[in-house]
Design a protein around this ligand. Structure first.
Ligand code: SME
Length: 160
């Protein structure tokens, strides 16, 4: 049984430190990509408050394809010139969107989403996937959230 548990109200730096440690422990010794992404999506969902979606899109033949996630069923394929996820994958840069309604081309998967954080998973300059977090709170994500998920993306880059 896994006993990872976030502490309510803890500072973000601590939360992401614990998330990183839990993530490393969870994937240790396991090579199956789907199993690892599924467990990491569940871990993000458990640790990071105020989310309505958390999970992966994988780069498959030049477009993003839905991977393991938590939240409502989502759009399956995202071209790189569409949405926040497409922007992250096309640029290789983290996308921190305080108001998704103000982002040109934002793709609505869950109408409750107000802000979004998308972090690319990059290995040797190649984008392998993105990690997508959605929140019903406007401006839910800041630089600390981005840094915490970027740390996770570095781990994921060793697994795909
Ligand atoms: N909103 C994303 C699409 C993915 S869902 O939020 C799960 C986007 O604009 O890329």
């Amino acid at each position: 049984m896994y006993q990872f548990a976030p502490v309510p109200g803890q500072p973000k730096a601590e939360l992401y430190e614990e998330l990183a440690q839990a993530a490393a422990a969870l994937v240790a010794g396991e090579r199956d990509q789907v199993a690892n992404m599924a467990n990491l999506a569940a871990l993000i969902w458990q640790f990071v408050p105020q989310l309505n979606w958390a999970g992966f899109y994988r780069m498959v033949e030049g477009e993003l394809v839905l991977g393991p996630f938590q939240g409502k069923p989502a759009c399956i394929r995202i071209p790189l010139d569409r949405g926040v996820c497409g922007a992250a994958a096309a640029s290789g840069q983290t996308q921190l969107v305080a108001d998704v309604h103000a982002f040109p081309g934002h793709i609505v998967c869950d109408a409750a989403s107000r802000s979004e954080l998308v972090v690319p998973v990059v290995r040797q300059g190649e984008v392998l996937a993105v990690i997508d977090l959605d929140s019903p709170e406007p401006a839910r994500f800041d630089a600390e959230d981005a840094a915490g998920i970027e740390r996770l993306a570095k781990l994921v880059a060793t697994l795909l």
